[in-house]
Ligand binder design. Structure first.
Ligand code: N01
Length: 492
C-alpha cells in the first residue's frame, strides 16, 4: 500500500515545496533558516537531486564550472574537477540537504498532480498521488527539463532491441560491442557519444543540426588548490566571482544577441573544429549554418575526436522511420542497430501544462497561458495567489549558471513569504505589473539571437515564441527580481 503523506497536521502547511532538485532544496534551506514553517518538500522520484538524479547516462557532467554550479551559501571546497561529473553533483546535493536538516521535511516518491485555490480559506488544496494536503503557499521547484521528448518517427515502437532516452538510462543493458544508434547532437549527446564510442562495436550518430562547440579545458582540481580553498574561504569567493564574470561576458559575446562579437566567438569555435577535424567532408558536416548562441553553445574536447574513431559514423541524412532492426534514412539506407539512444531533449512545457493548477475564480494555468507561458519575473502569475515558480518562464540561461538565477528567485519568494508571515493572507502579482514585465522582456527577445540566429531550438514554442530563456545577463535579472517590490503585488 502507498504510504500516505507524512507529518501533515490539521493546520495547513505554511509552504509546500514541489521538487527536491537544486531549486526546491535551495528554497527549503532558506525558508528553514528564516523560520518559515511548517514546511514540506515533496519529490516524485525516490531520491533528491532532480535532474542530477535522473540523468545518469555515461559521461553526464555539468558544462558550467563546479564552483559556480553550487549554492553560494553551501560552497564545496573540494570539487574534483573543473566540470563536476553527475555523481559528484548528486552527492553534493544530498550532503547539502542532510547538512541543513532537510531530510525529515522531504517526502520522496510523491507526485504533485495539481492544486486548487480556496478563496475563502486563502489556502491551496493540493492533490498528490499519496493523498491531499493543504498549504498556504506553494513553491514549484519542478524545473523544465524532466519530461523526456521523443521524436515523432514512424515505427518508433517497432524497434525490437533496447531503446531509451538519455534521461532514463537503462543500466541493465550491456552496451559493449553493440551497434548503437544515437539520435540527437545537443548537450546530452556530446557528453554521451565519446563514452559510448569507447565501448560500442559500431556507433551511428544521427545528426539533424550540428552544434557550435567551444573548447572545454576540463581538468582535475589539484589537491593543493583544494587545500588552499579550504584554508581560505576568501579564495573560494574570489574564484566564484571570477567564474561568474567570465560567464557573464558570454552574454555580451553574442550569446544573447547577434553582434560583432558573435562573429568572433564563431571564429573561436571554427578554429576548435578545424584543429580537431582535418577531413574536409566531415568538417563541412560539422559546421553549423546558423549563428552561435541560437542553440545552446556546447563545450567539449572529446566529441570531435570520438567522431573520428573507426567505429563511429556521423549520419546526416534524416531518419525516415524506425524499423524492428534499426533506422532507415530518407535516402533509403537501412542502419542496422542493436540499441537506440534518444538524446532528443525535453518537453519543456509539460511541467506546467500537465498539472491541474486552478487559481482565483476557477482560472486554470493552462487557460492563463493559452497565448503562451509568461510570469512576472518568471516567478508569479496573476490569478494564482501564493503560488511561486523557481526557474519558471523566461528564466533559463544559455550563458551562465542557472543556480545564480535560482538564488535570486529564492530571495524574491522569501520576501513574499515574509509578507505572508506578517498577517497577509494572500499575495498576488498585479496584472499590470506582470504585463509591464512581459512587454519589457518580449521587447528584448524580439531581436535576440534565439529569434534572429537562423535556427529552431527547444527555447522556442510551436509558435516561435521564446518563453524559456532570460534575454539578458544574470546581473540584470538580479537587479530586476531579487527584491519583491510590494507595489507590484496585491496583498489581501
Ligand atoms: O536536448 P536538446 P539535450 N532526428 O533539445 C535532436 C540541458 N543540459 O538533452 O537540433 C534527429 O538540446 C535535435 O536536433 P535539432 C541544457 O540546458 C545541460 O541535449 O533540433 N535528431 C537535437 O540535436 C540543454 O540545452 C547539461 O535539429 C533529432 C537533440 O535531438 C538541455 O538540457 C547537459 C530529432 C536534442 O537536443 C537539453 O539538452 C545536458 C529527430 N527526429 C543537458 N528530434 C549540462 O551540462 C530531435 N533531434 C548542464
Amino acid at each position: 500500500m502507498t504510504e500516505p503523506l507524512r507529518n501533515v497536521g490539521p493546520e495547513p502547511l505554511a509552504v509546500l515545496i514541489v521538487g527536491a532538485g537544486f531549486s526546491g532544496l535551495a528554497m527549503a534551506i532558506r525558508c528553514k533558516q528564516a523560520g518559515i514553517g511548517p514546511l514540506r518538500v515533496i519529490e516524485k522520484a525516490d531520491s533528491i537531486g532532480g535532474t542530477w538524479y535522473d540523468n545518469t547516462y555515461p559521461g553526464a557532467a555539468c558544462d558550467i564550472p563546479s564552483h559556480l554550479y553550487s549554492l553560494s551559501f553551501a560552497p564545496k571546497a573540494d570539487w574534483s574537477r573543473m566540470y563536476a561529473p553527475q555523481a559528484e553533483i548528486l552527492a553534493y546535493l544530498r550532503e547539502t540537504a542532510a547538512g541543513h536538516g532537510l531530510t525529515p521535511l522531504i517526502q520522496l516518491g510523491t507526485t504533485f498532480h495539481g492544486a486548487t485555490w480556496d478563496e475563502a480559506g486563502a489556502v491551496w488544496h493540493v492533490e498528490t498521488d499519496r493523498g491531499p494536503i493543504a498549504a498556504r503557499a506553494i513553491v514549484s521547484g519542478m524545473g523544465g527539463l524532466h519530461h523526456p521528448a521523443y521524436p515523432d518517427l514512424p515505427g518508433r515502437g517497432s524497434f525490437a532491441g533496447p531503446a531509451f532516452h538519455t534521461a532514463t538510462w537503462d543500466h541493465s543493458v550491456d552496451l559493449t560491442g553493440k551497434r548503437i544508434g544515437v539520435i540527437g547532437t545537443g548537450a546530452s549527446a556530446i557528453q554521451v557519444v565519446p563514452e559510448l564510442a569507447k565501448i560500442a562495436g559500431h556507433l551511428t550518430l544521427f545528426q539533424r543540426t550540428p552544434p557550435w562547440i567551444m573548447p572545454k579545458n576540463d581538468h582535475t582540481i589539484a589537491e593543493r588548490a583544494k587545500a588552499r580553498y579550504r584554508r581560505l574561504p576568501l579564495a573560494r569567493r574570489l574564484e566564484r566571482a571570477r567564474l561568474f564574470w567570465l560567464h557573464e561576458v558570454r552574454a555580451f559575446l553574442g550569446f544573447t544577441k547577434v553582434s560583432k562579437l558573435t562573429g568572433q566567438a564563431e571564429g573561436l569555435a571554427r578554429r576548435h573544429l578545424a584543429k580537431a577535424v582535418r577531413d574536409n567532408d566531415l568538417r563541412a558536416k560539422l559546421t553549423p549554418n546558423y549563428r552561435l548562441g541560437c542553440k545552446r553553445v556546447l563545450i567539449s574536447d572529446d566529441y570531435y575526436p570520438a567522431l573520428q574513431r573507426p567505429n563511429v559514423t556521423l549520419e546526416t541524412g534524416r531518419i525516415a522511420r524506425i524499423t524492428e532492426t534499426g533506422a532507415v534514412t530518407e535516402d533509403g539506407q537501412a542502419h542496422e542497430l542493436d540499441i537506440i539512444v534518444y538524446a532528443t531533449g525535453f518537453d519543456v512545457t509539460a511541467t506546467f501544462t500537465r498539472m491541474n493548477l486552478v487559481g482565483r475564480g476557477g482560472l486554470t494555468l493552462r487557460e492563463a497561458w493559452a497565448g503562451g507561458m509568461g510570469a512576472y519575473q518568471g516567478i508569479t502569475v496573476a490569478g494564482f495567489p501564493n503560488y511561486f515558480m523557481l526557474l519558471g518562464p523566461n528564466t533559463g540561461l544559455g550563458h551562465n549558471s542557472v543556480v545564480s538565477m535560482i538564488e535570486v528567485q529564492v530571495q524574491h519568494v522569501l520576501d513574499c513569504m515574509k509578507a505572508l508571515r506578517r498577517g497577509t493572507r494572500a499575495i498576488e502579482v498585479r496584472p499590470e505589473a506582470q504585463a509591464r514585465f512581459l512587454d519589457r522582456i518580449r521587447g528584448r527577445l524580439a531581436d535576440s539571437i534565439w529569434q534572429a540566429g537562423g535556427c529552431r531550438s527547444w527555447y522556442l514554442d510551436a509558435e516561435g515564441r521564446n518563453a524559456t530563456l532570460w534575454p539578458d545577463s544574470v546581473m540584470a535579472y538580479r537587479r530586476s527580481a531579487r527584491r519583491a517590490r510590494m507595489a507590484d503585488y496585491r496583498l489581501g
